[in-house]
Ligand binder design. Structure first.
Ligand SMILES: Cc1cc2nc3c(=O)[nH]c(=O)nc-3n(C[C@H](O)[C@H](O)[C@H](O)COP(=O)(O)OP(=O)(O)OC[C@H]3O[C@@H](n4cnc5c(N)ncnc54)[C@H](O)[C@@H]3O)c2cc1C
Length: 310
């Protein structure tokens, strides 16, 4: 059944308002009819992170923008067909190759299936698709990138592309992991620091070992006290949906426009921000360059439609 039939089945009598062209494009973007072959697969941490390289073996172009993902579909034993998106780790290239950084979830059928693939195996996929993370040329804000776990993946592609384009504004990356054993990609991150105009990164461990010299705690704990200003930054929040939703809500309360916050939850996407957690994050911010409706209200000030508290 095509899109037009599905639409008319749901909306009988509404007429053929979906054009053939739109139907063709919709069907194309939703079909997992592309093929890529595994060219490399390796474990990059002992805690369940793998890095996989692929070459596209169909005849279509592979036009990637940093931040985009491929949707992978596979038949996984008793689970039947499973499909999930994976953000691309590698920057765009002319060779029609791409890399993924995958967290192998202990009960996760598709991630475990991908981890079981060998060099030469093929996958069905669609895309690349999704939003580009590249800021517009006339944008003057600096970039504040917050990732948890494999949420770092699209940032590696983004920073590489921006450094090749001699992007001249500061890029700050904060990467939240649980254990020191979860750390990977350090050589590449250090290379980006060397190559880019003004890129720096910090890792925050929620369960750091003794003697750990980096940031401590979740990034929602360790990062707000580091940001001296908020109004001149664009925020990208990628990884655990609890982090992105709660940090996003706290930034909004601090007066950051929703247009300056890009959220990409990999899981926990339906997480409802806990007001108490959001309040605690808000209170850790030191920046006061923006008018913060929530902080103002907490301090007893005026708010829209409300009277000053006694
Ligand atoms: C836009 C987008 C991009 C994504 N990009 C990546 C990527 O680059 N790399 C990647 O590994 N995953 C990525 N994911 C997650 C991925 O699509 C799958 O959800 C994940 O691989 C689990 O699929 P599964 O079938 O193995 O397990 P599922 O049965 O789908 O999930 C099993 C459980 O694992 C949880 N879970 C899923 N991902 C994680 C994780 N990273 N850490 C801890 N728990 C998790 C789920 O919430 C669920 O409770 C992305 C998701 C989205 C929406």
């Amino acid at each position: 059944m095509g899109l037009r039939d599905r639409y008319q089945a749901r909306s009988p009598g509404m007429g053929p308002t979906i054009t053939a062209d739109l139907e063709q494009r919709w069907d194309k973007s939703n079909r997992y009819d592309r093929v890529a072959r595994v060219t490399d697969t390796r474990r990059v941490t002992d805690t369940g992170t793998i890095r996989m390289s692929f070459e596209v073996v169909d005849d279509e172009p592979f036009l990637l923008k940093p931040g985009q993902f491929v949707g992978i579909q596979a038949r996984v034993g008793d689970f039947g067909y499973r499909k999930s998106p994976y953000c691309v780790l590698s920057p765009p290239n002319d060779e029609r190759t791409f890399e993924l950084l995958i967290r192998v979830v202990p009960d996760g059928p598709l991630s475990r299936h991908l981890a079981s693939l060998k060099v030469g195996d093929e996958i069905s996929f669609r895309g690349p698709t999704g939003r580009s993370m590249v800021p517009k040329d006339d944008d003057t804000t600096q970039l504040c990138l917050l990732a948890t776990g494999v949420g770092i993946s699209p940032f590696m592609s983004l920073i590489k592309v921006l450094s090749d384009r001699t992007f001249d504004r500061p890029i700050r990356l904060y990467w939240g992991l649980r254990l020191a054993e979860d750390i990977c990609l350090i050589e590449e991150l250090d290379q980006l620091v060397a190559d880019a105009n003004d890129f720096r990164y910090q890792i925050s461990l929620s369960q750091p070992p003794d003697g750990w010299k980096g940031l401590r705690g979740r990034i929602t704990e360790s990062v707000p006290p580091l940001l001296e200003t908020l109004g001149d930054r664009r925020f990208y929040l990628v990884g655990n949906g609890a982090m992105s939703k709660e940090m996003g809500a706290a930034l909004s309360d601090m007066g950051v426009s929703r247009h300056e916050v890009y959220e990409e939850p990999y899981f926990n996407a339906k997480h409802q921000p806990d007001p108490e957690v959001v309040r605690q994050i808000r209170q850790r911010f030191v920046a006061n360059d923006l008018f913060s409706p929530a902080a103002h209200q907490e301090a007893g000030g005026w708010s829209v439609g409300a009277r000053r508290r006694p």
